[in-house]
Design a protein around this ligand. Structure first.
Ligand SMILES: CCCCCCCCCCCC(=O)SCCNC(=O)CCNC(=O)[C@H](O)C(C)(C)COP(=O)(O)OP(=O)(O)OC[C@H]1O[C@@H](n2cnc3c(N)ncnc32)[C@H](O)[C@@H]1OP(=O)(O)O
Length: 220
């Protein structure tokens, strides 16, 4: 295995690409609480059998809130800098659909830097349902894409997914802690080969092989 880890100093700064950066610890507690509340709201709306009057009342309240919140919107592409438990910094879009801090559609997935890659745990509800009681295959791929991208970013430097092959070994259950992990296997110039896995109850339910292409350092 050849892992040519790139020094942190050579990682691109999103500001050099004209992207605004928010520090993770500057996100207001009220916004974090709102994100959590809306995540619960999505679950409630997805599953409610409330009567018509209750639905109409909820609809009006939500529409009024949309207008107030839309009065001040972030720039598309806004990044957030998150410092992992071991001090490693990671940049990601703040609304990233898998791990974005301010995105209620994102499951609460925090990946931590471990030797050779990343790992984390997430439990998914019916928002992510495909077959009855099981995680949608597209979301399984999304979780693995995020994990391999994050592993590649923290072990080398950020890049784009060029290739992602997913093997669905076993059904992946809802309401069960899923262990997500990814490891960089080798690098070759800008190419980074990464593997990822999802486990439930210690058993592999899905695995991926990915090719990430690092963002060139001399552009931006
Ligand atoms: C600032 C903070 C931002 C931070 C940004 C953080 C983003 C995180 C994103 C999370 C992950 C995603 O979801 S990313 C979204 C999904 N992915 C995408 O949309 C990617 C779409 N595709 C592309 O944009 C492009 O094809 C790229 C970037 C992947 C590659 O284009 P390129 O940069 O011009 O690279 P290129 O010179 O062609 O190729 C470099 C080397 O890689 C090889 N190569 C390239 N593509 C492939 C491929 N599909 N399969 C095999 N090999 C490939 C080439 O042969 C070459 O090998 P050799 O000659 O060296 O041997």
């Amino acid at each position: 295995m050849t892992v040519n880890t790139q020094p942190v100093a050579e990682r691109p700064d999103p500001r050099a690409y004209g992207l605004p950066v928010v520090e993770q610890d500057q996100i207001p507690d009220e916004l974090r609480s709102l994100v959590d509340g809306v995540r619960n709201l999505v679950d409630a709306v997805s599953n409610t059998e409330a009567d018509s009057a209750t639905l109409a009342e909820a609809d009006a309240a939500v529409r009024a809130l949309n207008d107030r919140l839309n009065a001040a919107r972030r720039e598309v592409g806004t990044m957030v800098r998150r410092t992992m438990g071991d001090g490693t910094d990671e940049f990601g879009t703040i609304t990233n659909v898998v791990a974005g801090t301010t995105n209620p559609a994102a499951p609460p997935l925090d990946l931590e830097h471990v030797e050779g890659g990343v790992q984390g745990t997430v439990t998914l509800n019916t928002t992510y349902q495909g077959p009855p009681g099981l995680v949608h295959g597209g979301w399984i791929a999304a979780l693995l894409d995020q994990a391999v991208g994050s592993a590649s970013a923290v072990e080398t430097s950020p890049g784009m997914t060029a290739k992602l092959e997913v093997n669905y070994r076993q059904p992946t259950p809802l309401f069960t802690p899923l262990e997500i992990s990814a490891r960089v296997r080798s690098t070759e110039r800008r190419k980074v080969y990464v593997t990822g896995q999802i486990r439930a109850h210690g058993q592999v339910t899905a695995e991926a092989e990915a090719l990430m292409i690092r963002i060139p350092m001399d552009e931006g």
